[in-house]
Design a protein around this ligand. Structure first.
Ligand code: LLP
Length: 437
């Protein structure tokens, strides 16, 4: 078991986070409950900002809000000095409403629509990351109509296979994202956007994938991008003011994940970045990153209450909890592996191996397979660690299960940042059948 951030075990054998006894949180807010360790989030934000601002490089870190997008979180990260990566009108709107300066937002996505582009541009968004030719056309129309210049990056696909789950890979050649570096598409886009009256092309973006454990993939992508930058410098006189290498920094979900320490491996990437700029003789651009999972993932813990138990002799024992794929789809979708404990009995001896089942009517709704726990009884609290990224943000109301509450904890204080959904919330968009008179 890995205890992260401020997590510890108190004298009563309960899990504590941010100085708060999780059993007291369970009593106050009910379960399922998502608890975020604010100190750990701040530590990560500061680390990423530090690591891209070293060795004379000027860097920016844009938190990828798809990992978790709530008002309080965006406010917290804005205070820390992060910018924000959004991928939809909804994420952009949430950031605006949270009071984020639109100049510090960059907009991603492979199919941004006209309304989203209008919303972003009319609100003075800092950067649009252009993904495809259709988007160039749309942007040009919208920008002309609004009378604005589009400050943008060109997203290229570096063709790197980052050895991660196939649904999470984005940088390889068979990708729905970005302009291919090898087949002439990126060249065509660059020559159109560079020196265009409506576009201010600040630089290049590449993202290789997610849950990546070391520098290798970033290094390969950087080599490919710089080879292209050299060509573009010679052929078009283009030199970037920004190189955005995306996000994707992995986290340790369990002991099986062998992650290199961030500062070390990102420093290697920064050093290579400087070296490659010197080699192709361009001024060192700003270096941007877009971490999502690594900012909030390990800071999040989900607390569930244990209910039913089913023993199948010779096969396995299922222990069911009062949440599941509705608050964490990752095990079902990516076969993601998590660690869990009985957080109200942390000091009890491990006695049995069980499989933690969610409550949904779906056999795939299993949260953790074959995990060793103390003998679990109905009413015990099960904590699953490392659920902070792509858990709540990918949550659904399947089986009409309300989404959980989200709580921040720090320095012996707790704060509700998203309230639990009610049954009335679940039917708020429904209209009754119209009856003919
Ligand atoms: N930038 C871009 C362009 C991205 O596509 C992504 C993630 C990120 C940044 C942030 O990546 P991160 O630092 O969080 O790895 N739902 C999946 C992950 C999908 C990631 C999509 N793009 C999961 O639960 O594993």
């Amino acid at each position: 078991m890995i205890l992260r951030g401020t997590a510890s075990i108190n004298g009563q054998g309960h899990l504590e986070i941010g100085g708060m006894d999780t059993e007291q949180l369970v009593e106050k807010y009910g379960t399922p409950l998502m608890v975020y360790d604010v100190a750990l989030i701040k530590e990560r934000a500061r680390m990423f900002l530090r690591v891209v601002n070293q060795k004379g490089v000027v860097g920016r870190a844009f938190y990828a809000t798809k990992a978790l997008n709530t008002t309080a979180l965006l406010q917290l990260l804005a205070q820390e000095g992060m910018g924000f990566d959004v991928v939809s009108g909804g994420e952009f709107y949430t950031a605006l409403k949270a009071g984020v300066n639109p100049k510090n937002i960059l907009f991603h996505g492979n199919n941004k629509n006209r309304e989203e582009l209008e919303l972003a541009l009319s609100n003075g968004i800092g950067t649009i990351v252009i993904d495809n030719f259709y988007e160039i056309e749309l942007l040009e129309q919208v920008a002309k109509q609004l009378g604005v210049v589009v400050s943008c990056l060109l997203r290229v696909t570096p063709g790197v296979d980052a050895y991660t789950h196939k649904y999470i890979i984005t940088g390889n050649e068979d990708s729905k994202f970005g302009f291919d570096l090898n087949n002439g598409q990126a060249d065509r886009a660059l020559s159109y956007l560079h020196n265009h009256e409506v576009f201010d092309l600040k630089g290049i973006h590449s993202h290789i994938g997610s849950q990546i454990f070391g520098e290798e993939g970033y290094m390969i992508a950087m080599d490919r991008v710089f080879s292209k930058l050299l060509e573009w410098k010679i052929q078009h006189g283009f030199t970037p003011r920004v190189l955005n290498i995306g996000g994707g920094f992995g986290i340790r979900y369990s002991m099986r994940d062998h992650l290199k320490p961030y500062e070390g491996f990102i420093t290697l990437v920064v050093e290579k970045f400087i070296k490659r700029c010197h080699e192709i003789d361009i001024p060192v651009p700003q270096l941007w990153i877009e971490p999502g999972r690594s900012v909030v993932g390990e800071a999040g813990t989900t607390l569930y209450t244990i209910g039913a138990r089913k023993e199948i002799p010779g096969i396995r024992t299922y222990v069911s909890v009062n949440g599941g794929m509705t608050d964490n789809i990752r095990p079902a979708l990516y076969q993601a592996v998590y660690e869990a404990v009985l957080s109200n009995r942390m000091l009890d001896e491990t006695e049995e191996e069980v499989t933690i089942a969610g409550r949904c009517c779906e056999s795939a709704d299993v949260l953790v397979e074959n995990i060793k726990l103390a003998q679990a009884k109905p009413g015990d609290t099960l904590a699953i660690f490392c659920t902070g990224a792509y858990g709540y943000s990918m949550a659904s109301n399947y089986n009409k299960v309300p989404r959980p509450a989200v709580v921040f904890v720090e320095n012996f204080k707790d704060q509700l940042v998203v309230r639990r959904e009610t049954y009335d919330d679940l039917i708020q968009y429904d209209f009754p059948l119209e009856v003919e008179e």
